[in-house]
Write a protein that binds this ligand. Structure first.
Ligand SMILES: C[S@@+](CC[C@H](N)C(=O)[O-])C[C@H]1O[C@@H](n2cnc3c(N)ncnc32)[C@H](O)[C@@H]1O
Length: 247
């Protein structure tokens, strides 16, 4: 019999959906003790609570997202609408999920709702203290090498229908530009659980620009195919700013 199970999570636009520091630690293989005294940037951070929780632990973390700058009420409305859509998709397509990191959809929902609550509670004062900064790839409002570690989850590769290959390449170069060390990206698959088809070409073109990359397994999987991250290493020479005219 031919299976008629839907083959992907349908996301008409980029979701304002977020995870906790504990979930980030799993899919980015983070050692929080090693982050002490290092500046960390979370790009496309959405309503994730990584930055709020990191700040509470005395870590130096900044989050950037195009929707930062909206009022807390407007962000709460984005959370309400996008969580309802994402959770309905998960419940309709459980065959696209792997219950390794969460025992059930209910458990995953509770954790992600906790992330949004922690983010919203921290947002107003964090925005005033520049912990939340408005900005969008492929152009971030930070100096070259401003952060020791740059993280970006659930944007690149997931929304490959919306962002083309050239955008992905420019986004990776920009993430490396603002990093003084390493960039970590997760996951490497789309909403159908398949690895991004342009990954080999992307890594080759990054290497041509002097940016070495590694695909590393992580002890995590929730969406099918999400058990890896991509690590980019900043080259010794600065990454040329490809979006500005040569001066
Ligand atoms: C699914 S959320 C991911 C949140 C968080 N990183 C996580 O993994 O829990 C994707 C976020 O990307 C943001 N976004 C959309 N376009 C972007 C762009 N061009 N550059 C940076 N962020 C973008 C959205 O506003 C949204 O908050």
């Amino acid at each position: 019999m031919i299976s008629t199970a839907p083959t992907e999570i349908e996301l008409p636009s980029v979701s304002f959906f977020g995870r906790t520091l504990a979930e980030y630690s799993q899919f980015f293989a983070l050692d929080l003790a090693e982050l002490r005294g290092r500046a960390v940037l979370d790009v496309a951070a959405g309503p994730a609570s990584f930055t709020a929780e990191a700040a509470r632990r005395g870590l130096e973390a900044v989050a950037v997202d195009p929707l930062y700058g909206c009022t807390p009420d407007a962000l709460a409305t984005h959370v309400q609408l996008d969580y309802a859509h994402m959770l309905a998709q998960m419940r309709a397509k459980p065959h696209l999920l792997r219950f390794r990191s969460f025992p059930s959809i209910d458990a995953a929902e509770a954790d992600r709702r906790l992330a949004a609550q922690r983010f919203l509670a921290d947002y107003e004062s964090g925005f005033l203290h520049n912990r939340y900064v408005g900005g969008a790839l492929p152009r971030l409002p930070f100096f070259d090498g401003a952060f020791d570690l740059v993280l970006c989850a659930h944007l690149l590769f997931v929304y490959a229908r919306k962002f083309d290959f050239a955008w992905h390449l420019a986004a990776c170069r920009e993430l490396v530009r603002v990093s003084a060390g390493e960039v970590r990206l997760h996951p490497l698959c789309g909403t159908d659980g398949r690895t991004y088809p342009g990954l080999a070409r992307l890594r080759r073109e990054l290497e041509e620009a002097g940016i070495m990359s590694t695909v590393a397994k992580v002890d995590y999987e929730f969406f099918a195919g999400s058990g890896t991250m991509l690590v980019l290493q900043r080259p010794r020479a600065p990454v040329p700013d490809i979006l500005s005219p040569i001066r």
